[in-house]
Ligand binder design. Sequence first.
Ligand SMILES: [Zn+2]
Ligand SMILES: [Zn+2]
Length: 410
Amino acid sequence: MNSYLRRIITTGVISLTCTGLILPLMANAGNPEDYRFSREPGTTKDGYPLPLTGKPITKNPVIAKPGVDVKKYPEHYVPGKETLAENEMRITACGSWGPAPMRIGQGASCLLVELGNGDVHPAKLDKVFITHFHLDHVGGIFPLFDAMGWARNTPLHLWGSSGYTPELGITAFSQNITQAAEWHIQNKQAILPSGGMTIVPHEIDISKFSLEHPRELAYDENGVKIWAFPVIHALAGSMGYRLEWNGLTFVYTADSQPGTFEAEQGKGADVFIHEIFPSAEEFAFYNHMPIQAAEGVMEEHTTPAELGRVYSIAKPRLGVGSHFTLDENLIDPLFQRWGTTYTDPVLLLQDLTTINVTSDYIVVRQTKADPLAWPAPPPPMPEGVDLSIGEPSKAQRPDWLTETRLPQEP
Ligand SMILES: [Zn+2]
Ligand SMILES: [Zn+2]
């Protein structure tokens, strides 16, 4: 999977690192089996691996207003093979869970949001909105910081909390990331333009939040507004985001306990993505964790029935649960509990689930990404970008070591 997909994103002109009664249609949904994934190490008819649970992740792969024509999408979304329409938003889960390194089927939490302005390109993925600094939400920042240093050549922009104290905020985080990459930067600066190896932090002043001032406008460019609002999770500074563009609204709360405040901030969303967790007993059992520890974890999170209550207030066109430990034994109980408090369309996110959103319809598919993809050709470099090469670092390895190199082939 391309590393750039591993956080909340907006690209250049914009792309971001989610009401009413909707008639669910199966038109254009293809075979419902498309939404089932065998956990056995099998492959599709085209030879793609099928890593997940074999359980459906939604009963509503197509949500359309009555009487509208739903675009005929290919069965799977293949990155680079589909242009976005001008009125269309595309949300892709680059990662749907957490940091467990043994779970290759679920990367750390990250969403890629692309908006249909015709200007989306991986080299322009330079805008990242960070919900909070838990490592399952920011630990993948290095590949994004580096991987396109040669193509982006302009700074990476990070939005996030100003911090309860400065060391807990986005400016310190950005400086620390840059500092941790110092060895890498000193080496590469003499080989490649290093303008892309800088981070510009954008602080969202969390001290301004209150019941009277529930959200801050974090971003306002090219018709895109992104609002930040606080959520109930861990330390001060955990936030959700509300993106409004072209009549479409996407809300993402990442990790959060259920609350009326976030539900109000999510009102009117076309797509609302919120975390969802199994029960403390299930979490303890599968993670070999003492029940007391699992109960402590769950205090920071949201059960399916609780998420149903949040969505009953917010009333999104599509309510999405993410950050769930996928397992074939957990999915049926999850949907059953979710259904006790909410019966409108829902989706359980897994890695590389893609949601196409227009005012008329929402379509959910799985992405087929080439695991060995090459980068797309870079777009024209903007005017004024410094492509000069820097000075070599003084930290050169000793000559005696270099001199042991085998003679180069003629
Ligand atoms: Zn968290
Ligand atoms: Zn988390």
